[in-house]
Design a protein around this ligand. Structure first.
Ligand code: SF4
Ligand code: SF4
Length: 107
C-alpha cells in the first residue's frame, strides 16, 4: 500500500509535503507531485501538512480521484525514472502523466 497525491495538488505544488517525507519518495512533475508507490513507507507524515488535502492513504482516495492512484504509478513509467530511491537527486521531471498535463488550469 501507499499514499497517493490527487488532483487538488495540480498547479498548487507548494511542496510542504516534501519536507515531511523521511524517505524522500515524493517526486516533482510539472504541475503536481507524485508519491513513489514502492518507496513510500506509509508513515502518513505528509498527509496532514497538505494545505489542499490532496494526499490520501490508498484505501481512502475519494472516488472522484480514484484514477490518481494509477497516475502516481504511471508517472515513474512515463518519465523513465523507475525507482531512483530518492527525489532530491532527481530534481524536477518537467512533465506529468498525460491526463494531468491535459487538465485545464486549476484555480
Ligand atoms: S503539500 Fe499538497 S499541494 Fe503541496 S505539493 Fe504536497 S501534495 Fe501538492
Ligand atoms: S506516507 Fe510517509 S513515506 Fe509515504 S510519501 Fe508520505 S511522508 Fe513519504
Amino acid at each position: 500500500m501507499t499514499y497517493v497525491i490527487t488532483q487538488p495538488c495540480v498547479d498548487v505544488l507548494d511542496k510542504s509535503c516534501i519536507d515531511e517525507c523521511p524517505v524522500d519518495c515524493i517526486y516533482e512533475g510539472e504541475r503536481m507531485l507524485y508519491i513513489h508507490p514502492d518507496e513510500c513507507i506509509d508513515c502518513g507524515a505528509c498527509e496532514p501538512v497538505c494545505p489542499v488535502e490532496a494526499i490520501y492513504y490508498e484505501d481512502d482516495v475519494p472516488e472522484e480521484w480514484a484514477e490518481y492512484t494509477t497516475f502516481n504509478t504511471e508517472f515513474f513509467e512515463v518519465t523513465g525514472l523507475g525507482s531512483p530511491g530518492g527525489a532530491a537527486r532527481v530534481g524536477r521531471a518537467g512533465r506529468d502523466v498525460t491526463s494531468v498535463a491535459e487538465l485545464p488550469p486549476q484555480d
